[in-house]
Design a protein around this ligand. Structure first.
Ligand SMILES: Nc1nc2c(c(=O)[nH]1)N[C@H]1C(S)=C(S)[C@@H](COP(=O)(O)OP(=O)(O)OC[C@H]3O[C@@H](n4cnc5c(N)ncnc54)[C@H](O)[C@@H]3O)O[C@H]1N2
Ligand code: MOO
Length: 415
């Protein structure tokens, strides 16, 4: 058996690289950017007002009180998107709306609530007078040019995993497209003669298929574009035909089933004929068997990831081995998910010492101490998917020990 860390290292080293692509900003969420993004202009591009109010010279307002307001002549109104056509001079003011350019000559904006003109009032035409009820500090109510982003500043560094606010930042500096590692197109092929996909009556020996929808959803959550390759029967010709079709359309093919020691595993037979595959026995429970290889696709190399068929094994294999490889190909500097040091609320035992690190499915909660607490779900066998579905994390329990209630344990949130 091979340790998980070694299996992951070997796999990551074998992953083909993917050419970057320029995506419209609105379609780039969760992608990793390839190069630094440098602002070609300042944000905001000009001094502007942060409130609805009156742009003034602060010196004019020093004596203003509720009882003895300062009266200023209104030059007109400036809306966001328009510009004042003359400066503010002593005794004068422009009514300004949030985001409007600060008129020249003004050094403060008095909120409309601190004037005799209440919010929503129409007062703001040239010739009106407004009463200022409180003094304004110089600089109040003003957002300076470049106070968010300076010209020439690196707003996003290469390697950033884009989140919604980053897309906003790209918009704010005028970027329409961004160079990213693109989402991988990943074909999902489940295998097994016993699998029924149409929800119909089960004949003796048959079971309903469960892994395809699960793996496709896991891929979406990993920011990939899954492609359903259907269910291959244990017929070699059918399988080969499906795989060849997939190689033309996909960057990666994920298979489920047929990677253990079974006599008639067609996946093994076909993949071995198409390229060199690495068959691994990873020292983890579940998800021991795993296969991978790089096939010569018609236009580019195609990575094949062979997950075990047992549904829980498939899930755990994806989380611990396949997803890091996909993330690596999509430019993630940190391909592995986050871990949390949690407290075991119950004993996290293992049925037998078999040289494999157990990844028990656990349910987490935040305790009154503010820390993450976990307890195992009931049903830890690799066919007991319904039990695992109620878990939200994997707890790592080394082969040679049991984690006692109250002890710390490393956990990995599930997708
Ligand atoms: N002699 C040995 N036998 C097994 C070993 C071993 O080391 N020596 N390893 C076991 C482990 S661990 C696992 S995990 C499984 C992996 O088996 P395969 O990847 O070859 O998967 P299959 O044999 O095709 O299926 C296993 C099991 O899962 C069911 N299955 C498969 N695909 C689906 C699906 N899409 N939906 C629902 N259920 C599925 C299948 O019917 C089998 O019951 O091997 C052990 N054996
Ligand atoms: O690795 Mo298997 O997943 O133990 O059942």
């Amino acid at each position: 058996m091979i340790e998980l860390a070694d299996a992951r290292r070997t796999l990551l080293a074998a992953c083909p690289s993917i050419a970057p692509v320029a995506l419209p900003v609105a379609r780039a969420d969760r992608c990793v950017i390839v190069a630094d993004v440098v602002a070609t202009h300042a944000v905001p591009p000009f001094d502007n007002t942060s409130v609805d109010g009156y742009a003034v010279q602060a010196a004019d307002t020093v004596t203003a009180t509720q009882d003895q307001p300062v009266h200023l002549d209104v030059l007109g109104s400036v809306l966001a998107g328009s510009v004042a056509d003359r400066p503010v001079e002593p005794g004068r003011t422009w009514k300004v709306m949030t985001g409007a350019p600060l008129p020249a000559g003004a050094d403060a904006v008095v909120m409309v609530e601190r004037t005799s003109a209440r919010a929503g009032s129409q007062l703001g035409a040239a010739g009106d007078q407004v009463a200022i009820l409180a003094p304004a500090r110089s600089g109040a109510g003003i957002r300076r040019a470049g106070s968010d982003v300076r010209t020439g500043e690196t707003v996003l560094a290469a390697g950033t995993v884009l989140r919604p606010a980053h897309l906003g930042v790209l918009g704010s500096v005028g970027a329409r497209e961004v160079l990213v590692y693109r989402r991988l197109r990943v074909g999902v092929l489940v295998t097994g003669d016993e699998l029924v996909t149409d929800g119909g009556e089960l004949r003796p020996g048959q079971i309903h298929e469960s892994n395809r929808a699960m793996l496709m959803a896991l891929l979406v959550r990993a920011n990939c574009e899954p492609m359903d390759l259907g269910v291959a029967s244990d017929d070699v010709a059918d399988l080969e035909q499906r795989l060849r079709h997939a190689m033309a359309a996909c960057d990666v093919i994920v298979t489920s089933g047929g990677v253990s020691m079974g006599d008639s595993d067609p996946v093994k037979a076909v993949l071995e004929r198409m390229g060199r595959l690495n068959w691994m026995q990873v020292a983890i429970r579940p998800a021991k068997p795993f296969a991978f290889g790089v096939l010569d696709g018609p236009s580019a190399p195609v990575l094949v990831l062979g997950l075990p068929g047992n549904p829980v094994s498939s899930l755990v294999s994806f989380e611990l081995i396949a997803r890091p490889a996909l993330r690596h190909m999509m430019g993630h500097v940190e391909p592995y998910g986050p871990s949390v040091l949690a407290i075991a609320d119950e004993q996290l035992g293992r049925p037998l010492a078999d040289g494999r690190t157990a990844f028990l499915r656990v349910l987490s909660r935040i305790g009154p101490d503010g820390r993450v607490h976990v307890r195992p779900v009931t049903g830890q066998d690799s066919h007991q998917l319904s039990a695992s579905a109620s878990a939200d994390a994997l707890a790592e329990v080394p082969d040679d020990r049991t984690v006692q209630a109250g002890e710390d344990v490393l956990v990995y949130p599930l997708s």
